[in-house]
Design a binder for this molecule. Structure first.
Ligand code: ZN
Length: 300
């Protein structure tokens, strides 16, 4: 399941093909994904210019000049691929490949957008847990998709003060509290494990019992792991690909996630305060049905 860095990676790759561009053609190749597409979906997209391309939690938002916003969620296995017209082409910071003959015609290619970049954008989703819908832009915040979502961890408002208040009195383990989208938006299993490791906090600690100083360290750790993951193009464990089709690279940099039974990477983790090397072994436990990886020797 893509988390914040994977979605942000896809958004960045879509930006040169979509932001400030006009959708010249929209082809909707089936009636629904996780839920039905809106009525007259293709007509409401065609001819519209994308004013801004942003992200909220794990949603990509394309603000149209019609007053509606195209909301995209990748679900479990959704991919947005950008192809250039005719030959390999650089747009912004990205080089896109020409569209193969069948690009947009595959069995799982559900939505195809042509833009005046010119570029072809293909939404492919073999499991169809993804979502594409249109919401009036001025009503986005109160829409049921967004109204309960917490703060963006890469925004200025995500501070130790905010997190301390959000965790105060919580009797759930810190790991579960951080996965709660009402507390922080877009965090998932992988990056919570990595951030807790960086901050030397045991995933089993009760959220309300984490001290103020450690919360400040945790805020820095969350921001660092997310920024590093975005810079690496996200993590590709199964389906994630960048808009160029390239896989992400961050899975090669995991410090604890998926490393059960392996030696603690304290020494090469550049954690704050990491002076001596930990001799611990990474352990896997299950919390709320999800695997948690951590080092019991140095995460307290
Ligand atoms: Zn350790």
């Amino acid at each position: 399941m893509p988390e914040l860095p994977e979605v942000e990676t896809v958004r960045l790759g879509l930006e040169p093909a979509l932001e400030g561009r006009t959708i010249t053609e929209a082809r909707i190749r089936r009636g629904d994904l996780r839920r039905p597409f809106p009525a007259h979906f293709a007509e409401r997209l065609t001819g519209r210019t994308v004013r801004k391309l942003t992200r909220r939690a794990k949603y990509i938002l394309a603000e149209l000049d019609s007053g509606e916003t195209l909301v995209i969620h990748l679900g479990m296995s959704g991919r947005m691929s950008v192809y250039a017209e005719g030959k390999r082409r650089r747009l912004g910071d990205y080089v896109y490949n020409p569209a193969p003959a069948d690009a947009g015609n595959g069995k799982h290619d559900h939505v195809v957008l042509e833009t005046d970049a010119p570029a072809r954008i293909v939404f492919n989703d073999h499991r169809r847990f993804g979502l594409m819908t249109l919401i009036p832009t001025d009503r986005l915040d109160e829409d049921k998709l967004f109204k309960d979502i917490g703060i963006e961890p890469l925004s200025d408002g995500f501070t130790a003060k905010y997190l301390a208040a959000a965790l105060e009195g919580k009797k759930t383990p810190i790991k579960s509290a951080l996965l709660d989208q009402r507390v922080v938006a877009g965090l998932g299993n992988i990056y919570v494990c990595e951030a807790l490791f960086l901050a030397r906090i045991s995933p089993k600690r009760l959220a309300g019992a984490v001290g103020r100083e450690q919360i400040a360290t945790l805020v820095r750790a969350i921001r660092k792991v997310l920024k590093d993951a975005i810079a690496a193009g996200g993590s590709t464990l199964r389906d994630h690909a960048q808009a160029t089709g390239d896989p992400g690279n961050f899975q090669h940099h995991f410090l604890v996630y998926g490393r059960e039974g392996k030696p603690c990477k304290d020494a090469d983790s550049k954690r704050p305060g990491g002076k001596k090397s930990c001799r611990g072994t990474v352990k896997r436990i299950v919390q709320a049905g999800r695997s948690t990886f951590y080092c019991p020797a140095c995460q307290k």
